[in-house]
Design a protein around this ligand. Structure first.
Ligand code: C2E
Ligand code: CA
Ligand code: CA
Ligand code: CA
Length: 276
């Protein structure tokens, strides 16, 4: 009886209490960080078959006091649960659009494209399309250079709403990329219904190219599929020359990964551009 009694008191387990308060603290700190403008965008180059930089993916970073530069894995899930992803994602989009507008104003960088990650909760907000249009309008960024990266699970949540929103934004010239492609469960007939422009081969398939026969056939299939659907294809997580070589042999012509550059501050990215 005593043991059972102890079990019912597990709620007061100090470890659990610690976890609950760490969560609350993180959420409060996220809110504060957003107000204090502690977030910044990093830029990871995307390159073509010749190694020329064609654009970048914007990746969120948080300069969190006492923690240093924090990557999204430790705060995006809570930002999604708490709804803070909505103002945070809005900040990301406005910041990305301002950067695109700055690139567009200079002939040396006017051809650069920018890919921005969008989370499900953010995309399915009623005002999402209007928010994106406002960000483009206020910044003067060219919509044709902006690509939104969506995941399969986001697309599956409400297909009608998704297609409607994608079509509305595509009329403005925006592009859409299906991120982490190959890790979800989408049927091909369903993918075909979506007005996508690009498939992004997930880095888990690229990682094992050098030794995993299964992943090699998956990559072949994805590239062939993209070709038959007239979609661009880009491989992410490319770290070695032999991975790049294999992907080239499979007719993949766009790459992103540490081999070409890690995500970096805008200052570093601009220096990388001019050093080439
Ligand atoms: P993702 O969209 O799949 O982004 C690619 C991740 O792989 C990035 O991690 C990037 O730093 C990392 N990466 C790039 N090249 C390589 C490589 O060659 N090798 C390896 N091992 N990793 C590589 P990061 O920046 O930590 O971002 C993690 C995830 O957080 C992203 O995954 C994305 O889902 C999410 N995220 C990032 N920024 C945003 C944002 O602004 N909004 C939303 N909603 N999510 C974001
Ligand atoms: Ca992405
Ligand atoms: Ca990805
Ligand atoms: Ca991923």
């Amino acid at each position: 009886a005593k043991a059972a009694g102890r079990n019912t008191l597990r709620f007061f387990d100090p470890e659990m209490q610690q976890a609950v308060s760490a969560r609350a603290e993180l959420e409060a700190d996220l809110r504060r960080g957003l107000q204090q403008q502690e977030f910044q965008l990093f830029y990871q180059p995307q390159v073509d078959a010749d190694g020329h930089i064609t654009g970048a993916e914007a990746l969120l970073r948080w300069q969190r006091p006492d923690y240093g530069l924090v990557t999204p894995a430790s705060f995006i899930p809570l930002a999604e649960e708490s709804g803070l992803i909505v103002p945070l994602g809005e900040w990301v989009l406005y910041t990305a659009c301002r950067q695109l507008a700055a690139w567009a104003a200079n002939p040396a960088t006017a051809q650069l494209e920018l890919s921005v990650n969008v989370s499900a909760r953010q995309f399915h907000q009623p005002g999402f399309v209007a928010m994106v249009r406002m960000a483009l309008q206020q910044s003067g960024a060219p919509a044709r250079k902006l690509k939104l990266e969506l995941t399969e699970s986001l697309l599956l949540q409400d297909v009608d709403d998704t297609v409607r929103k994608m079509q509305a934004l595509k009329q403005d010239g925006l592009g859409f990329s299906l991120d982490d492609f190959g890790t979800g469960y989408s049927s091909l007939s369903y993918i075909k219904r979506l007005p996508l422009d690009q498939l992004k081969i997930d880095q888990s398939f690229v990682r094992d190219i050098d030794n995993n026969v299964n992943d090699i056939s998956i990559i072949r299939t994805i590239v062939a599929l993209a070709g038959s659907m007239q979609l661009q294809v880009i491989a992410e997580g490319v770290e070695t020359a032999s991975q790049r070589q294999f992907l080239l042999q499979q007719h993949c012509r766009a790459f992103q990964g540490y081999l070409f550059g890690k995500p970096m501050s805008i200052g570093h990215f601009m220096r990388l551009l001019t050093s080439r």
